[in-house]
Design a protein around this ligand. Structure first.
Ligand code: KDG
Length: 309
């Protein structure tokens, strides 16, 4: 049985080997990066059965992306390799004000997905479907696909990470679309700073007021805390971490949280799992790293409230 089906574009990721600006970096690493497949990799490394669905170019980079996700334990059987469009590429550009990204993804194989990508029975086979607000910005077909997934009658909860990517579309363009799509999901992940940029809200409770229909809205307030706002309001402070590089931490958080959901845990434990995986990812420059081992995870999850904070 598929526990989570993740859908979205994954690109080849070129990153300076040391955190120096792209213009000067002498050496690079080549790996795979995509928000939804990052979530898939984290979930797989926690032992969950995860599928990732998308399109890649039938080219060396596409084969490399597919092979690296398969090697990480993700089921890539639904991935379509296309000869008429290339695999997208993106570069990380570390700088004094944080890491910027540069995309070479217009017309990529993933952007050719349309509303009929994935049969209904394949979607219904998963216990959770995870998508993000990146996909509707890729093409009109991708937008139609996301709308179909969010509006079709469904059996399993649908998880939606808002993931506003300013390099794809402006906040003014994205704000109404991302709010509309988030309202159709069951579990929504959003950063408080991201929500502030998009919708001009100030607090986690403002976000919940705006997004009042999902069962649970998870608001991440960076180094401060994370909130699960549903029938109840749960807050868990963030553990202290020395941040090496923040890209990918949101994906790790979503994976941790969803791992808790799959185990039937309460919101507090789901948030803790989210924090723990995010903290781990914040310490690395890779989009995804091996998660903490089961024993340390269990130890941290069991900390009483005082020592956790
Ligand atoms: O969350 C990390 C992603 O942003 C990164 O892997 C690339 O999917 C990506 C995107 O579209 O920005």
């Amino acid at each position: 049985e598929t526990e989570v089906l993740c859908l979205g574009e994954t690109m080849s990721l070129v990153a300076p080997a040391a955190p120096v600006p792209l213009e000067e970096a002498p050496a690079f690493t080549l790996s795979a990066g995509g928000a939804e497949s990052n979530v898939a990799v984290h979930l797989a490394s926690l032992g969950h059965h995860v599928r990732w669905a998308s399109r890649l170019g039938d080219d060396p980079l596409g084969r490399r992306v597919a092979a690296s996700l398969a090697a990480a334990g993700v089921d890539t059987g639904l991935v379509e390799m296309r000869s008429e469009a290339p695999t997208g590429v993106y570069f990380k550009d570390p700088g004094p004000d944080g890491t910027r990204v540069h995309y070479y993804r217009a017309g990529s194989a993933a952007s050719t997905m349309d509303h009929d990508f994935l049969a209904d029975d394949v979607i219904d086979d998963a216990r959770v479907l995870h998508i993000s607000g990146i996909t509707p910005a890729l093409s009109e077909g991708c937008d139609r696909l996301i709308r179909r997934l969010l509006t079709r009658p469904r059996r399993a909860p649908l998880s939606f990470d808002v993931n506003h990517r300013p390099a794809l579309w402006s906040a003014r363009q994205a704000a109404p679309v991302l709010a509309e799509l988030a309202q159709l999901a069951d579990v929504v992940f959003v950063g408080l700073d991201e929500a502030a940029t998009l919708w001009g809200v100030r607090t986690a409770d403002d976000v919940r007021e705006l997004l009042d229909s999902p069962v649970t809205v998870v608001v991440k307030d960076g180094a401060e805390a994370a909130y699960a706002l549903g029938e109840r309001r749960t807050v868990v402070p963030a553990p202290t971490v020395e941040v090496v590089e923040p890209v990918g931490a949101g994906d790790a958080f979503a994976a941790g949280f969803l791992s808790g959901v799959l185990r039937g845990e309460d919101d507090e434990r789901c948030l803790r799992r989210g924090h723990l995986l995010a903290a781990h990812s914040l310490r690395s420059t890779e989009d995804h790293t091996a998660p903490p081992d089961a024993e340390s995870l269990a130890r941290w999850l069991a900390l009483d409230e005082e020592r956790w904070g």
